[in-house]
Design a protein around this ligand. Structure first.
Ligand SMILES: [Zn+2]
Length: 81
């Protein structure tokens, strides 16, 4: 298990997915397909294909736009840590 790639998202996801269901479904379908089509099992950021890194950058751009529109959604959840 690893953390969802969304900023401050506390959800844990399995190693072969990028984000939790909520944040994954926030992405446009075309972008989700680009990520899925360029994903290779066991890849890391250093072994990922250029296509994957390109799609990943677009994913982060979508999420940061969402954060700017609604900053509360991107703040750390739970003040305990
Ligand atoms: Zn998430």
């Amino acid at each position: 298990m690893k953390s969802c790639a969304y900023p401050y998202c506390p959800n844990r996801v399995s190693l072969d997915v990028l984000a939790c269901r909520e944040h994954w479904l926030q992405l446009p379908l075309a972008l989700r397909l680009r990520v899925m089509n360029s994903w290779r099992p066991g890849q890391t950021l250093t072994t990922a294909s250029p296509e994957y890194l390109d799609a990943f950058q677009d994913v982060m751009a979508v999420w940061f736009e969402a954060c700017e529109a609604e900053p509360a959604a991107c703040e750390p959840k739970g003040k305990s840590r």
